[in-house]
Design a protein around this ligand. Structure first.
Ligand code: BG6
Ligand code: MG
Length: 757
């Protein structure tokens, strides 16, 4: 990017300009240094960016930013912001030049007339009375002296009082930061010039004092972190140079000393000092002390525990030292997943692989194990370790049903990937685990196993999903595909009939038309239906009659029964529990009362029992007094009608003595060939008596009868009578029944017979 400073706005898009202007206003701490004629450094610390600008003789400015966006696109908001800032500064200088030139000239004049002794005395007396000025002078020029003493400089500006407390306020913290950043700038320059000893000397003092203040004046920690971060960056840069052994030892000592201090914290996103000097630690003894120090940190440290733990584990790998303390081992084991993620973030892939190997699977949840293995696989790819990649991808696909890993494995070792599909197919029933189904479908799609896809989808009872795959199945598996669609359509039609079936199938029909499969599937349906008609009709009418319970199956009176029990028990001073409904539902009036009295330890005489039983009935009859056909449960009437249409014999089999008046009020009396109520059997459900009586009233064998029941006791009675049982309601309490449906509106008589036959 090349622009004339005066015409920045004409060279870039309004959006980029707006972004850069926002950045300019967010830029709080920055400086622009003229390194040489026509060459500037714009360094912003907050936010962090660094742009070099060259201004050619013809006035064209060429920025160069250090960010990745710039490296890729040759333009970034930092570069534009820096150009704007530089232009501002040049304009400002031009404006103030006139004014200050005069002052400078006067000062110059005076200084030139002074001799060295006078100058020295001026500096020392002025500097003594103005500590900020002195600090500034020293931080700028101390490095020019023979033995610069940076420590004293820091002690001067942040002295300790007699209680060992640092006396620091908002102003002096500014001085400390100013001094630190000036010194660090010198250090940076030294590092550039390869004056490593000088660089280290500045860093030793700066890092030490910044940490000292960091601990002593917590309220300024955030501000001090800015310079600390800069110091760490330079130290990192220094330690990556080939340093003389004696300098390396000094760097090690600095790191050991600082890290050992209480409250030691390193800037977030960076490494602790000990990690920076790791390559220098060659001696067994030093390794041991560094290791022990890291162990101590793990034991005590909490906010940066993960980073210390990851360093410690890295050293167990690199230096073959073991963690002897079981408590530390346990603590680390607990945080191992986070340590792995931290290493991954830092790009330490060898460490990630080493740690993934240490993971004890049973200690973490499935989800965490999966993340760990996925991280391991990513690192193995980085490191290029084929064997580990295959191992991890294998476990991820087999144990965690991870599709991406399976695809990767297939690329590397198709044989193994194939084996996984067979194992999973054997291990998981279709529809029992959706991840297994997905993996299989994906895998087969990839390996073009169309037949297996069709079979699985059919067995999952989700034939509409064929639509996702038929583009690949259409050519090679056309016949199987058409058959599967045809079977699905026929079964939806027979389960739901007319309008509902059409609604459900609309989507598929549209799709089949689009895929040009509609007419062939329609043909197939015709063929299949014809085959069925042509089949010799054997006498499979084993089911000839239906017996319906009343309360909770045809009408929603079950709730009134229970409310009435609640009421009379309350009158008896007892609050019954909702779970008692399970025991009174389906049972006769007296049996229910006995159960409640027993459960709540109420002792009554025979007469009293009669009294409370009839009191309950009064309340119940009162509650259902206004019952009309609109109180029939959804689907009940259609179901009764459809049952009749099929020529089935129908009976009512209820324990309620109120059954007859109730079906009358509901207007369904005429549907039943026989009505058996609370007076028709001596024994209450679960005794089979009432259903045996119902079967015989219909002149059928109980094995030819299907009973519809909402009570577990009723299902038990039906099965004990030798009838089929269809549970209406919650599958968890009706699981003994052959079929459970939420209500009669969820099925139809033919479907029930088909399922039971
Ligand atoms: C059953 C109900 O249908 O009839 C039971 O599920 C009830 O809750 C039983 O106890 C007897 O009813 P009634 O109307 O004779 O008291
Ligand atoms: Mg019932």
């Amino acid at each position: 990017m090349k622009v004339l400073l005066s015409e920045i706005e004409n060279h870039i898009t309004p959006h980029a300009l707006e972004e850069a202007q926002e950045l300019v206003s967010a830029t709080q701490e920055y400086e622009i240094n003229q390194v040489e004629e026509g060459y500037y450094h714009c360094i912003s610390r907050q936010p962090d960016y660094h742009v070099e600008i060259t201004i050619k003789n013809d006035g064209i400015a060429i920025p160069k930013c250090h960010c990745t966006v710039f490296k890729k696109t040759r333009q970034c908001r930092h570069a534009i912001a820096a150009l704007l800032l530089l232009r501002d500064q040049i304009l400002r200088n031009l404006r103030s030049k006139k004014k200050s030139n005069h002052e400078f000239q006067a000062t110059d004049e005076v200084l030139r007339k002074l001799n060295v002794t006078q100058l020295r005395s001026f500096l020392s007396s002025y500097a003594l009375s103005h500590s900020t000025f002195r600090a500034e002078v020293l931080s700028n020029f101390l490095h020019l002296t023979r033995t610069p003493d940076y420590h004293s400089l820091f002690m001067d500006i942040a002295p300790l009082d007699k209680y060992g407390q640092v006396r620091l306020n908002r102003n002096s913290i500014k001085t400390v930061r100013g001094v630190s950043s000036t010194l660090l700038k010198h250090a940076q320059q030294f590092l550039k010039e390869r004056a490593l000893a000088e660089t280290l000397r500045i860093l030793e003092a700066t890092i030490l004092h910044l940490h000292r203040l960091f601990v002593k004046v917590p309220q300024f920690q955030e501000q001090l972190m800015v310079e600390m971060r800069m110091a760490y960056k330079i130290f990192d840069g220094l330690c990556s140079q080939a340093m003389a052994p004696r300098l390396q030892i000094r760097a090690i000592n600095l790191a050991l000393d600082i890290c050992n201090r209480d409250g030691y914290t390193f800037p977030t996103g960076m490494k602790p000092l000990l990690a920076i000097i790791e390559p220098f630690i060659l001696e067994e003894k030093t390794r041991k002390s560094a290791f022990i120090l890291a162990e101590k940190k793990v034991q005590s440290e909490n906010s940066q525990l993960i980073q210390w733990a990851s360093l410690l584990l890295r050293w167990t790998r690199l230096w073959s030292i073991n963690i002897s303390n079981p408590a530390i081992r346990k603590k680390i084991q607990k945080h191992l997943p986070s340590v792995i993620l931290e290493n991954n973030q830092q790009g330490r892939h060898e460490d990630v692989l080493y740690l993934v190997d240490q993971v004890k699977p049973d200690e973490y949840s499935d989800a965490i194990q999966k993340v760990i293995l996925q991280t391991g696989l990513r690192s193995a790819k980085q490191v290029g370790s084929e064997e580990v990649m295959i191992k991890l991808a294998y476990v991820l696909s087999l144990n965690h049903l991870d599709i991406d890993s399976w695809l990767f494995l297939h690329e590397k070792d198709p044989g193994k990937a194939q084996r996984i599909l067979s194992i999973i197919e054997d291990m998981y029933q279709p529809g029992s685990d959706s991840s297994a189904d997905e993996l299989l479908l994906n895998g087969w799609q990839f390996t073009r196993k169309g037949g297996s896809i069709i079979q699985r989808i059919k067995a999952m009872d989700q034939s509409e999903r064929l639509m996702e795959f038929d583009f690949m199945l259409k050519d090679k598996f056309r016949t199987e595909l058409e058959t599967a669609y045809a079977e699905h359509i026929i079964s939806v039609r027979s389960a739901y009939g007319g309008i509902i079936a059409r609604q459900k199938l609309n989507n598929i029909f549209g799709h089949l038309k689009a895929m040009d499969l509609f007419s062939s599937v329609a043909l197939k349906i015709k063929e299949m239906e014809k085959e069925k008609q042509d089949e010799p009709t054997q006498d499979n009418h084993t089911i000839k009659g239906f017996v319906f319970d009343l309360d909770g199956v045809i009408v929603d009176t079950a709730v009134h029964h229970f409310q009435s029990w609640k009421k009379i028990m309350k009158e008896l001073g007892i609050e019954i529990s909702d779970s008692d409904d399970h025991h009174t539902r389906g049972a006769g009036r007296m049996e229910s009362l006995e159960y409640l009295l027993d459960t709540y330890h109420v002792i009554l005489s025979e007469e009293e029992k009669q009294f409370w039983a009839s009191r309950k009935n009064d309340i119940y009859v009162d509650a259902i007094g206004g019952i009309t056909p609109s109180d029939l449960l959804p689907g009940a009437l259609i179901f009764l009608q459809a049952s009749r249409d099929l020529g089935l014999k129908l009976a009512l089999g209820s324990a309620s003595k109120n059954a007859r008046p109730v079906i009358k009020k509901l207007g369904v009396e005429s549907y039943f060939d026989a009505v058996l109520d609370g007076n028709s059997a001596e024994k209450s459900k679960p005794d089979p008596e009432i259903f045996l009586n119902a079967a015989s009233a219909l002149r059928l064998d109980p094995a030819e009868v299907v009973v519809f029941e909402d009570a577990a006791k009723g299902v038990q009675a039906a099965l004990a009578a030798g009838c089929y049982a269809v549970g209406i309601g919650d599958p968890s309490s009706l699981s003994a029944a052959q079929i459970v449906i939420p209500g009669l509106d969820h099925s139809n008589p033919s479907r029930i017979i088909e399922l039971l036959s």
